[in-house]
Write a new protein. Sequence first.
Length: 80
Amino acid sequence: MSGNSQNSLAAAMAIGLELGFLMVLPLAVFLLLGVWLDKKFGTMPLFVIVCLLAGLGAVFLEVKRIILPFLEKRSKNNNK
């Protein structure tokens, strides 16, 4: 493997690892927050659902923030 392809592979693996954490961590935090709020107020499915939707929104925005620059850079490299 050449140095350039190794750098490309390392960058792709780094983005994949980062995306994994960005998907799991906010969902887990928002889900735990929803369960805690539901136990506190006695409204079992309400806050779990609301927090889960908020977590999904946060995940979407973070993934979009990470992926778009990567795709734009890749598109510029393909056009050369």
